[in-house]
Design a protein around this ligand. Structure first.
Ligand code: ARG
Ligand code: ZN
Length: 451
């Protein structure tokens, strides 16, 4: 009896605390930090980078660069005090992330089908390329293309995710010659980077539906085989679409089953167990797996998984690419954000393949073509030199392990000084797609000249 009397008020108090904390935790702010010395850089890296409480939208790379960090309201005050006491300059980039997510959802619902950006009216398939689409809509579009254009399109699954979704690959190419070079494109490896699958769908639509009108497209489809996975992480993507909650919309990893770790909470308290879901797929490839810029903590945004290729999504890429027996000469993978075009290697500073001059020349040409459309500026370099070292990434694996000559990673719009980061508005999809397509065509041309 006595025990029960003690437990009820306790339960009540914890319920109140729970409610206060969960409602308070709803508010998130993104800070833009200007790093002006090596000390400041080290401080941010050491204190916050590995904390699951701070979500780095843009990680600390080097002095003079910006860092974007999303912080819970409950930690904001203290964090700002720490920054101030060290003289680290900061500004509010997004005051209330939840509000922006809500606004994006409302705008999207209000947006009527825009005829201009539909597939051309003479095409039989209506698909609005100016919107972010669900996994189901994406699959339906790919299947419609395969049925409508059987001479140039085939759709096949390359694997099955943890939640049972098929990962679709669309192959675009006519049967013109046997020894055509292959080009791989994937989008949506990170769930919250919605612009990535949208841009890749635009490429698909250009190749398939402009084939009859545009001699450039005809040449690209006749002389090459395109292997395109517009949505490599459908579980994570669908999860990020499933609610406007900040933690949900900004999900990055896949949805692998929960893993637990022991965390020490202090010298005198026993370790506690923490359990989290999801692997960072772009840390799960077999290239310097588990080294710099990845984490063994399942609760980290850059958790690399139990071993290289532990995840069905990364295994599908490996198995498909390996199965092409060297046919794939170019590997392009699309992320957001920061406007960077990267070539290998990203796992370590100042580390380059032997033919780095070919890669950097092609990347610079591609970035110029991209810029020529709307003036959008890209930085060109390795991931490690331009952003931060990260091991186990697919662009490195494609080059280092698979020996694919032209391997590039795009970090799409927006740039650092635009405030909305991962929450890029839908009216940016078409311009982003158009300019990026200019860069991809340069890389495809270069592939044709080399092979
Ligand atoms: N934002 C991407 C990621 O975190 C970029 C990785 C680029 N590669 C690199 N080695 N830095 O996966
Ligand atoms: Zn990414």
């Amino acid at each position: 009896m006595g025990g029960q009397n003690g437990i009820l008020p306790l339960l009540f108090i914890s319920l109140c605390l729970f409610i206060t904390f969960t409602t308070a935790a709803k508010r998130y702010t993104v800070l833009r930090i200007e790093v002006s010395s090596k000390d400041q850089l080290d401080y941010l890296n050491e204190q916050y980078l590995n904390s699951s409480q701070f979500d780095f939208w843009k990680e600390p790379s080097s002095v003079g660069e910006q860092v974007h960090i999303m912080v819970k309201d409950s930690l904001l005050h203290n964090f700002v005090e720490q920054l101030d006491s060290r003289g680290i300059k900061h500004k509010v980039m997004i005051d209330d992330v939840q509000k922006v997510i809500q606004k994006r959802a409302n705008d999207s619902a209000k947006f009527y089908e825009n005829k201009l950006y539909r597939d051309a009216p003479e095409n039989r398939i209506a698909f609005n390329l100016a919107k972010y689409h669900s996994f189901a809509e994406t699959i339906n579009y790919l299947n419609a293309l395969a049925i409508t254009y059987p001479d140039r399109v085939h759709v096949m699954p390359i694997g099955i995710t943890h939640e049972g979704r098929q990962i679709p690959l669309i192959k675009i190419g006519t049967r013109s010659r046997a020894d055509k070079p292959g080009i791989w494109i994937d989008g949506g490896i990170h769930a919250r980077e919605w612009i990535s699958p949208a841009v890749v769908l635009y490429f698909i639509s250009q190749l398939v539906t402009e084939y009859d009108r545009d001699p450039t497209m005809r040449n690209l489809v006749d002389s090459m085989d395109w292997y395109i996975v517009p949505l490599l992480n459908p579980d994570g993507y669908e999860y990020s679409r499933s609610s406007s909650d900040v933690e949900v919309r900004l999900w990055r990893k896949n949805r692998s089953p929960t893993m637990c770790t022991q965390v020490s909470t202090g010298l005198f308290s026993p370790p506690t167990t923490q359990c989290c879901q999801g692997v960072d797929l772009n840390r799960n490839f077999d290239w310097f797996f588990g080294q710099v810029g990845s984490s063994t903590d399942p609760c980290s945004e850059i958790y690399n998984g139990r071993f290289a290729f532990s995840e069905p999504e990364t295994r599908s890429v490996r198995d498909f690419v390996t199965g092409q027996n060297g046919k794939i000469k170019t590997f392009l993978t699309f992320h957001s954000y920061s406007q960077i075009l990267m070539y290998p290697f990203g796992h370590q500073l100042r580390t380059y393949p032997n033919d780095v001059n070919d890669l950097s020349a092609t990347a610079n040409k591609a970035a110029q073509a991209l810029q020529s459309m709307y003036g959008t500026k890209y930085t060109v370099g390795t991931g490690a030199d331009t952003l931060y070292p990260a091991s186990g990434g697919s662009e490195d694996w494609a080059k280092g392990q698979m020996n694919i000559k032209y391997s590039f990673l795009f970090e799409l719009r927006p740039e650092d000084n635009v405030w909305d980061g991962f929450l890029l508005a839908e009216n940016q999809i078409i311009p982003t797609s158009r300019e990026t397509w200019e860069a991809v065509k340069i890389i495809a041309d270069q592939t044709l000249q080399t092979f």
